[in-house]
Design a protein around this ligand. Structure first.
Ligand code: ADP
Length: 510
């Protein structure tokens, strides 16, 4: 983009478990890539540190080269005694989608960390793997003599970063960095026994107090349990989550669970901010998307009709512009409102539409059985239980409606991508969905979709029925909404500004 460069150049190092497009499972990967790119475009020096998973396709990494080997401190507790050790680690440099990355992998002669055919779920202990990775990231910066302005850690996997940085690294020559932690989802807060923390090369007992990382649920019966996310929150200079409403739900509702007590402390709530995610408009651009059948834009919509036709044909659906395609692209986990997704398949067909589900994961609500049974030969329903970046693009491009009936949703990206591709969102008003979708009937001027509040089928119908009726009965209104949604700016520009402000607030001038 033609964005202005910021006056002060910051050196920012992200540390994360995912990065789009080649190391992505969900929104976390999108956010890391989108935010990094937006900051680079404004003149900042940004790098992303990522596990070098065995599953990463090397052809997706440009200029890949070996950087150095290092000995990463790593310990274990044996008979109640902390024993120091280390794990040989190889660091590589390269670029993913043009963004500089450092990839770390351990010696696979002695462990299986990050091996396997997918990002998560390999035959190794995830807690051990990410504690090791957290330590390895900081150790790499130290041996390279780097002293960035900001270390930006993401999610429970990297929540040990602020703890390790302020307890170990800050005083060993790397004094400059301030640490930002972004929480993408509070569902998993990284539970950790004190002895397991040793995987990070440091005994865990230093953190086992209520004002540090002690898991407060366990006081009284299990006093040695830690919570990485709590430790990360306590030790970070700034804590963000991915939408203002989710931040509010964490402080005032149940979104953070027992972590609410930590977040609500005055010294924490004053450094806790909800910053709405953007989408990477380079990866998600209907006018230039190489993965879709025909390009289109708000003032050139013919391509979208072609994309719809192409998808209907490819999936064996009735080929017709008259049936609205309701699309749902999601990880299949309880958070996403599995029973509402299931119900909406039937409701859509009842009301003359077509339903396309692209879902990945396990809590699959019998979707596989539906795909192979009841809907196997359906001309109106296609259920695909798999992860496919290419299919996702093609479905967004073809969709008339993008459905997001989440029970909770920290931000949600599929409604934003859907709008950029000319679809109308139907969402449950929670978290980031409430921040990004306004009901067209409640607010005809600013409305951009259809919202509901409850968790039952009736609540969903109240929104889905109105959307399908408008599609059928008011074509010009529908097209106007579609064009208007395509022109909305969900780019990272605005959110990057917020992050850069936060970076500048915590990192005093050189
Ligand atoms: P979450 O981070 O909880 O998974 P988000 O809505 O924030 O939810 O982000 C989901 C991202 O993952 C979007 O980019 C979406 O297109 C993508 N995605 C989800 N499921 C699939 C799938 N089965 N195949 C391809 N892409 C998917």
């Amino acid at each position: 983009g033609a964005s202005a460069r910021d006056e002060r150049t910051l050196h920012v190092v992200h540390m994360a478990a995912e990065m789009a497009p080649i190391a992505k499972v969900g929104g976390l990967g999108d956010v890391v890539t989108g935010l990094a790119r937006a900051c680079i475009e404004r003149g900042h020096a940004v790098e992303v540190m990522l596990p070098y998973y065995e599953s990463l396709p090397d052809e997706g990494i440009q200029d890949l080269q070996h950087s150095r080997d290092l000995e990463c401190p790593k310990g274990k507790v044996w008979d109640g005694v902390f024993q120091r050790g280390s794990l040989k680690t190889s660091a590589f440099r390269g670029k993913i989608d043009g963004i500089p990355v450092v990839l770390l992998r351990p010696d696979w002669g002695v462990c299986n960390i990050f091996r396997g055919g997918a990002i998560y779920g390999g035959a190794y202990n995830e807690l051990e793997a990410y504690l090791y990775f957290s330590r390895a990231c900081l150790e790499y910066l130290r041996v390279e003599g780097k002293n960035p302005d900001i270390i930006h850690a993401h999610e429970w996997q990297l929540s040990a970063i602020p703890m390790l940085y302020w307890e170990v690294y800050h005083s060993t020559g790397m004094g400059r960095p301030r640490v930002v932690l972004t929480i993408h989802n509070m569902d998993n807060s990284g539970e950790c026994r004190q002895d397991e923390f040793a995987f990070a090369g440091l005994p865990g007992d230093a953190f086992a107090t209520v004002d540090r990382a002690l898991d407060e649920r366990t006081i009284g019966h299990n006093p040695e349990r830690l919570c990485l996310m709590k430790g990360g929150i306590v030790y970070s200079n700034v804590v963000t989550t991915v939408s203002p409403t989710y931040a509010k739900e964490a402080l005032e509702g149940g979104a953070a669970g027992w972590l609410r007590a930590t977040l609500a402390k005055p010294e924490v709530s004053s450094k806790f901010k909800g910053v709405l995610n953007g989408i990477d408009t380079a990866l998600w651009d209907p006018a230039k998307d190489p993965l879709i059948a025909a390009p289109f834009s708000a003032d050139q919509l013919d391509g979208k009709a072609l994309c719809k036709r192409y998808l209907q044909q490819g999936l064996g659906l009735d080929i017709t512009p008259d049936k609205p395609i309701v699309a749902c692209i999601t990880r299949l986990v309880p958070q996403k409102g599995i029973h509402l997704i299931r119900h909406s398949i039937y409701r859509t067909v009842e009301l003359g539409g077509q339903f396309v589900l692209l879902g990945s994961g396990h809590a699959d609500g019998d979707f596989r059985a539906l795909a192979e049974g009841e809907f196997r030969d359906s001309k109106d329903v296609k259920i695909m239980v798999m992860y496919s970046e290419a299919l996702a693009h093609q479905i967004y491009a073809a969709a008339d409606i993008v459905l997001v009936p989440s029970l909770f949703e920290p931000c949600g990206l599929t409604q934003l991508v859907g709008m950029r591709y000319g679809a109308i969102p139907v969402v449950r008003s929670t978290g980031g969905l409430a921040d990004t979708v306004t009901d067209v009937d409640a607010d005809p001027r600013n409305g951009n979709g259809y919202c509901f509040g409850g968790m039952d089928a009736g609540a969903l119908n109240s929104a889905l029925d109105r959307a399908l009726t408008t599609f059928r009965e008011d074509k010009s209104r529908w097209q106007q909404l579609s064009q208007q949604n395509m022109s909305l700016d969900w780019s990272w520009q605005r959110s990057a500004t917020s992050y850069i402000e936060l970076y500048n607030q915590v990192q005093p001038a050189a």
